[in-house]
Design a protein around this ligand. Sequence first.
Ligand code: GDP
Length: 215
Amino acid sequence: MKKKIKNKNILIFNQEVSYYSAAAKPSDFPDINVPEVCFAGKSNVGKSSLINAICNRRSLARTSNTPGRTQIIHFYNVQNKLLMSDLPGYGYAKASKDKIKNWTKLIENYFINRKNLFRVFLLIDSRRGIKNNDQTLMHLLNTIGVNFQCILTKSDKVTENFLINIYNETKLQIKNYASAYPEIIVSSSKKNIGIDKMHICLNLIANINESKNND
Ligand code: GDP
């Protein structure tokens, strides 16, 4: 007799991902009961490019060379199975004090209030490694108790040896944080590196919810 597969893995990125909404303040956060992941990092770290590569779309998330412009969280709905959010980038040198204050308030609210938030993908530029403002964010996530996973972006821009050093250094630094996911993902949106790993990761998170619903 054929065994019925109970929790069939859903490959959520087989179909198109749609833009869902944007939030400039907590009251704009979407009310949808699916697991959520978030992408965070410094301006220009390659966040929009990574989201586009994951979703196999050219311009779902806006890529630009003018960092620090938006103070808005963008949400993407992956087949009603997963919500992905794109936080405004930080660390833009020319950002005013007011802008930094607003950013901090918005993201603190976000991390505290999103009850389905499963994991924060914290993007780190492979050329630069973890910087002070990344540490500040890690500290905040650790204090609130939100899990995060580091992604080393733009790996095509560095040599293999450089990448190994940055990888090891990153690994050492995240050991200080209980909320840090031990595995670091190396990515390049340009060369399509690490995108398959991201898909596996995101599929797993979406399917965790599926299995809960099927129990
Ligand atoms: P964001 O500000 O974090 O959303 O960064 P973007 O995705 O807009 O990327 C900033 C710049 O870096 C753009 O010029 C991208 O073309 C470039 N970029 C992003 N990802 C990669 C990558 O994996 N490799 C290379 N070489 N360039 C990248």
